[in-house]
Design a protein around this ligand. Structure first.
Ligand SMILES: N[C@@H](CCC(=O)N[C@@H](CS)C(=O)NCC(=O)O)C(=O)O
Length: 217
């Protein structure tokens, strides 16, 4: 099989990159990665040399290019079925698909007010009204997934799935760092993500980065 290359932004700040990278990491295959620092004069040109939108993540697999985080995750799930990125149970899979697409298309207020920084020292930030609504919706969804479908492990649907790739940046880079007040089920899920080996690998690499982007604070 051709080699996989995932192109990502700064590991510290790029939440969409983290989502695609986690899926590639869960594929079980070896992969190369290219990191492009964001907010530089040549960022867009460098990103455009890998994919059509001038954004990351981008996955290269032989002559196949996949852009958009969720499409990358789908491609990995299809190409590496043994990774079982979608739950096998049909009801759980439907729920997992809906929660993953809800993340991909929503929660603008949270994303704006609490940008991801996996290295940020924990600080208090009071959610505005829109962010509070987003947090309430996300934690409702997490509790539902855990309580209905999560009996076989500590992840949203038990074993690591697409939904964990999608929500890991929220758990580790937003809820944890901004000390968002959470119910016990959601707090336990944040701990699961913080202790997850792939997340810890990503965070360690983020810690080693020297580039600082002020507007992510
Ligand atoms: N809908 C896209 C969003 C991709 C996106 O916005 N990526 C950001 C990094 S997190 C980016 O590449 N920004 C370009 C820049 O900073 O110049 C996806 O799901 O992959």
């Amino acid at each position: 099989m051709a080699a996989l290359t995932i192109v990502v932004g700064n590991k510290r700040y790029s939440s969409w990159s983290l989502r695609g990278w986690l899926a590639v990491r869960l594929s079980g295959g070896t992969f190369d990665e290219v990191v492009i620092n964001m907010k530089k004069p040549d960022t867009t040109a460098r990103m455009l040399s890998y994919g059509p939108t001038g954004k990351v993540p981008v996955l290269k697999h032989g002559d196949i290019t996949v852009w958009e985080s969720l499409a990358i995750i789908e491609y990995i799930a299809e190409t590496f079925p043994a990774a079982m990125l979608w739950p096998t149970d049909r009801a759980a899979r439907a729920h997992c698909r809906a929660s993953s697409t809800e993340m991909h298309s929503g929660f603008q207020s949270l994303r704006q007010q609490m940008s991801m920084d996996v290295v940020r020292p924990q600080i208090d930030r009071t959610p505005n009204e829109g962010t509070a609504t987003d947090i309430a919706r996300i934690t409702t969804l997490w509790r539902e997934a855990r309580q209905k479908y999560g009996a076989n492990g500590p992840f949203l649907y038990g074993a690591p799935s697409v939904a964990d790739c999608m929500y890991a940046p929220v758990a580790a880079g937003r809820f944890h760092t901004f000390k968002v007040k959470l119910d016990p089920v959601s707090a336990a899920y944040v701990d699961t993500i913080l202790n997850w080996a792939p997340m810890q690998e990503w965070t360690a690499a983020a810690r080693a980065e020297t580039d600082v982007i002020a507007e992510y604070d």
